[in-house]
Design a binder for this molecule. Structure first.
Ligand SMILES: O=C(O)CCC(=O)C(=O)O
Ligand SMILES: [Fe+2]
Length: 304
């Protein structure tokens, strides 16, 4: 395969189309994923902060590459990416796959929720060599082939144009089906070329890498975010990166995606009055009082 499939973000585009391409190729480009206003807002919020960051200190991070995390603290436009109709429903399709488990004498389906596992703006500077090819679900030591059971659906939103020359993300289409023995080769990878505002969505099991920036003075800037299964720990420590007050200022859907939830598989509970409770109640009551679960029912929805 020599090119990545492209889907235009217009009225005809559906999450189903995106899922279908991802199942087949492991990666897809969504053209004009962001509105011009959101793109401009992200650039205004993030570019000055990126300019203050020092470059990476190792080959993987990139010694001519600047990175900025904790993006929900730096731009409220991140919320629009996380709940985008061509991203969140797509992630749900891959990540919320119920397991049949025994709970006592009952066999029940148990499914994870979705969490934002990491956020990062990545600015590849002139002279930066290509990153090594890798899978982002290495963070969870995920096994391959996944047989459709993915742990992560990642996005790379272009905040500047991505070209072959300036470091557009390298992807090996189809590599999400490979087993753990197969080595990825640079010759199999193709560069992501897309206009600013477009996005590459790829599975955590797909081999990819930051590309080489061969330009003299062009910076390639992307915003990456991961939607992960709540069966894994978030890669970026959101509880240190974002204050509870900051998280509380977002709508409840975003609070939960950022990890302030316990979900149906009970990952992330907090003890309140002796009960394993949903931590989201602590955000709802920012007066600092810990509500008693005996007065209000905050208990977890599972049988655990
Ligand atoms: O910057 C890119 O295009 C990809 C970077 C990447 O894959 C990573 O740092 O894990
Ligand atoms: Fe990566």
């Amino acid at each position: 395969m020599t090119r990545l499939e492209r889907i235009a973000n217009d009225t005809r585009a559906s999450a189903r189309d995106v899922v279908d391409v991802l199942k087949c190729d492991g990666a897809v480009i969504i053209e004009d994923f962001l509105s011009p206003a959101t793109l401009e807002g992200l650039r205004t919020d993030l570019f000055p902060l990126l300019a203050q960051r020092s470059a990476g200190r190792d080959g993987f991070s990139g010694e001519k590459t600047r990175r900025l995390g904790a993006l929900f603290a730096h731009s409220r436009h991140c919320a629009e990416i996380a709940v985008h109709p061509l991203y969140l429903p797509v992630a749900r399709e891959f990540l919320i796959q119920p397991h049949e488990v025994w709970i006592g004498d009952q066999r029940r389906p148990l499914a994870p929720d979705i969490r934002i596992g990491m956020t990062q703006a990545i600015q590849i500077g002139p002279g930066q060599g290509a990153q090594v090819l890798h899978r982002d679900d290495n963070a969870f030591l995920w096994r391959h082939p996944t047989n459709g059971r993915e742990g992560r659906v990642q996005i790379m939103v272009a905040l500047s144009d991505f070209t072959e020359e300036n470091g557009g993300t390298l992807v090996i289409p189809g590599s999400h089906t490979w087993d753990d023995e197969r080595q990825p080769l640079r010759s199999e990878a193709i560069p992501t070329t897309m206009r600013a505002g477009s996005a590459l969505i790829f599975l955590g099991s797909a081999f990819h890498a930051g590309g080489e920036n061969r330009t003299k003075n062009e910076y390639r800037t992307g915003l990456t975010m991961a939607l992960d299964s709540s069966s894994v720990r978030q890669e970026e420590n959101m509880y240190l990166a974002l204050t509870p007050d900051l998280v509380a200022s977002y709508p409840e859907e975003i609070q939960r995606l950022l990890g302030w939830s316990a979900g149906s598989n009970a990952m992330g509970w907090v003890e309140i009055d002796g009960q394993m409770a949903d931590p989201n109640v602590l955000l709802q009551d920012r007066r600092g009082e810990i509500l008693s679960v005996t007065k209000k029912n905050h208990s977890l929805p599972t049988a655990m």
